[in-house]
Structures are given as structure tokens and as C-alpha cells.
Design a protein around this ligand. Structure first.
Ligand code: COA
Length: 158
């Protein structure tokens, strides 16, 4: 797992393009503009600015061939807490990658980022995400509505 840098840009774009159809089953699509060279470059720069300000911490999972196979992000860092989000390449799912990466980000969040709790949200019907959160020590914190959709909120003390 590596912290996101400017050098990851083309590999991140390839990862997002190759898995676009898989991701949009479970999470909102990023939109056409994101997948254009200029749109992506601007978005990648904006993420790195947010990370430099300490508002977010982005991580990529890089395999032995230098390809990105997953992302685990902490966003909305505030008051000792942040929200975790993750996505794994379709071809690499169900091998424990997300579990290992979430555990590693929880460790980093406490040891390096000074956080004491993480939150997460998952669609009620996203069985993989909910199994992952249960397996990595997150507990349910009640249903919410996000953009009109019912989701389950989760929390984990670090
Ligand atoms: C959710 C996601 C990150 C899981 O990644 P993964 O690497 O396959 O997860 P792991 O192999 O570490 O498995 C973690 C748990 O999820 C379960 N799981 C994984 N895929 C599953 C599926 N399709 N259906 C049901 N359970 C599933 C595993 O069995 C495991 O649970 P267990 O330890 O109790 O057996 C991946 O499916 C993904 O990227 N989905 C699309 C994006 C997304 O939904 N992001 C989350 C938005 S809230």
C-alpha cells in the first residue's frame, strides 16, 4: 500500500477506467468529465491538495507489476475522526485484499494520522462492503439517508 502521489495518476486512471462498470453497480459513477485526460488531471491535483492540507489521506494498493488494484481513502478528517472508503479491482476481489488494506489504514490512522475513530457508510444492499466492515471491527451506528438513499452508518474506535 502506498500513499497517493502525482506519479500514481496514470495508473489510477487506468484502474478507474477498467473497473468503471464494476464500481457503478455499488457506488455512484464518477461521471464522464472524470475520465477525460484534463478532467482527471484536475481531479487528481485537487485530491493531492486536500491531502497536503491534512483534510484527507489517500492510499493505493499496487501489485508486483506496478498496477493499481485497489484504493482505500480517508476523507473529511476533523475532530480526530475521518470517513473511510474503498474499492478493489473486480479481478482481485474476494482474496482478502480489502480486509488487509482496511486493517492497515486503521493502523496508520491511529499511529500516523492521529485519529481516534473512523466512520463509514454502506448501501443497505452492498453485502461485500457490509461484510468487510463487520470483519474489520466496525459496528453499525444506525440507518441514514444520503442523497435520498438509505444507508447504514458504521463506526470504529481506533
Ligand atoms: C467491497 C469491496 C471493497 C470488497 O473487496 P474484497 O477485496 O473483495 O474484500 P475481501 O476479500 O477482503 O472480503 C471482505 C469480506 O467481504 C466478503 N465479500 C467480498 N465480496 C463479497 C460479495 N460479493 N458478496 C458477499 N460478501 C462478499 C468476504 O467474504 C469477506 O467477509 P468474511 O471475512 O466474513 O468472509 C469490493 O467488492 C469492491 O470494491 N466493491 C465495489 C466498490 C464498493 O462497493 N465500495 C464500497 C462502497 S461503501
Amino acid at each position: 500500500m502506498e500513499r497517493l502521489t502525482a506519479e500514481h495518476a496514470s495508473a489510477v486512471l487506468a484502474f478507474e477506467q477498467e473497473n468503471r462498470d464494476f464500481f457503478r453497480y455499488s457506488v455512484p459513477d464518477r461521471g464522464e468529465e472524470y475520465f477525460t485526460p484534463d478532467g482527471f488531471a484536475e481531479r487528481h491535483r485537487a485530491l493531492l491538495d486536500e491531502q497536503a492540507d491534512g483534510r484527507c489521506h489517500f492510499h493505493v494498493l499496487v501489485n508486483g507489476w506496478g498496477r493499481i488494484v485497489g484504493r482505500v481513502n480517508l476523507v473529511d478528517v476533523a475532530g480526530g475522526s475521518a470517513e473511510i472508503g474503498y474499492r478493489i479491482a473486480e479481478a482481485d476481489t474476494r482474496q482478502g485484499l480489502a480486509r488487509a488494506a482496511v486493517e492497515e489504514v486503521c493502523r496508520l490512522a491511529a499511529a500516523s494520522y492521529g485519529l481516534s475513530a473512523l466512520t463509514a457508510v454502506s448501501s443497505l444492499d452492498n453485502e461485500a462492503s457490509r461484510a468487510l466492515l463487520a470483519r474489520t471491527g466496525f459496528t453499525e451506528a444506525g440507518e441514514r439517508r444520503v442523497d435520498g438513499e438509505k444507508v447504514m452508518a458504521y463506526r470504529r474506535a481506533l
